[in-house]
Design a protein around this ligand. Structure first.
Ligand SMILES: CCCCCCCCCCCCC/C=C/C(=O)SCCNC(=O)CCNC(=O)[C@H](O)C(C)(C)COP(=O)(O)OP(=O)(O)OC[C@H]1O[C@@H](n2cnc3c(N)ncnc32)[C@H](O)[C@@H]1OP(=O)(O)O
Length: 258
């Protein structure tokens, strides 16, 4: 399998494993979709980490070698499948974290942009959207997600030049949300995900949905989405536990609420 889902404790893992570069084609994208579905339906996974089995590549993007072999309509089928699978991540009420400790280029970085957070570590690798250098454009969501993340001018600069970023540059731009010391990425990412997994999963999931559903809407509409999502929490087992723990001056035990 080029993409596999598994769980360790209450943290889910989607692992990319298509040597040598996790470059993706149609079947890779199908497996990614299946893994996202497994993560979604696994009630035991309260947070999910997207990671690579390779120490050299997170993913070098779409499979360039496949490009010339594929009929154009197959390339478009792959893009439609990628758009569908990656868009589903934003609609899942559990946080997806991209653990990027190796080179992420083109569609490989675009997969990470579809996650909620992106964590990296110091090291000799880089991130970028070089599609323009191939006569293409970042067609797996990059032209839409990157401007929303770092602003249109900075995103345009990266996409029209195709230039590569070091991990510190990507962190400074806001593409990486955390930049950990070399060698500590896996441990630090798990620690963060475990904190979410031990937290109020329904509340955390509702916050994620409110952000993704509301951020491109006019404020009044976004506030309506917020009201729809906050109302069920007033009577949730989690808020009973959270408020009860505060009143009893003890630490809440949310993980036991589901
Ligand atoms: C255009 C491809 C589309 C294909 C089919 C899908 C259809 C989709 C159409 C459009 C989609 C739009 C959205 C996404 C587009 C993209 O992602 S385009 C690709 C963007 N990525 C790149 O341009 C990176 C290409 N790779 C490199 O520049 C270099 O490999 C590197 C990352 C700088 C590393 O160089 P180096 O250390 O010298 O290692 P290499 O020898 O080059 O690579 C190691 C092996 O990995 C293979 N490989 C690397 N990248 C890819 C790739 N993207 N596709 C296929 N294979 C790749 C490379 O060939 C080596 O393999 P071996 O020779 O077998 O060892």
């Amino acid at each position: 399998m080029a993409v596999e889902y598994g769980r360790e404790g209450n943290v889910g893992y989607v692992t990319l494993n298509k040597p040598p570069a996790n470059s993706y084609d149609y079947s890779f994208m199908e497996e990614l979709g299946e893994s996202v579905n497994e993560a979604a339906s696994d009630a035991g996974a309260r947070a999910v980490i997207l990671r690579s089995a390779s120490e050299r590549f997170f993913s070098a993007g779409a499979d360039i070698k496949a490009f010339n072999q594929n009929p154009p309509e197959e390339n478009m089928d792959m893009i439609r499948l990628a758009h569908e699978n990656l868009a589903r991540i934003a609609e899942l009420p559990k946080v997806f974290i991209a653990q990027i400790g190796a080179t992420a280029l083109g569609g490989g970085l675009e997969m990470a942009l579809a996650c909620d957070l992106r964590f990296g570590a110091e090291g000799e690798y880089y991130l970028g959207l070089p599609e323009a250098t191939l006569g293409l454009l970042p067609g797996n969501g990059g032209t839409q997600r990157l401007p929303r993340l770092i602003g249109a001018p900075k995103a345009l600069d990266l996409m029209i030049t195709g230039r590569r970023l070091s991990p510190p540059e990507a962190h400074e731009l806001g593409i990486l949300d955390r930049l950990f010391p070399a060698g500590s990425l896996e441990e630090e990412t798990l620690k963060y995900a475990q904190g979410l997994a031990d937290g109020a999963a329904q509340a955390i999931g509702s916050i994620k949905l409110a952000v993704h559903r509301g951020m491109d809407k006019p404020l009044a509409e976004g506030l309506g989405i917020e009201r729809e999502l906050v109302e069920p929490l007033f009577s949730s087992e989690e808020s009973k536990e959270g408020i009860g723990a505060f009143m009893e001056k003890r630490k809440p035990e949310f993980a036991k609420q589901t």
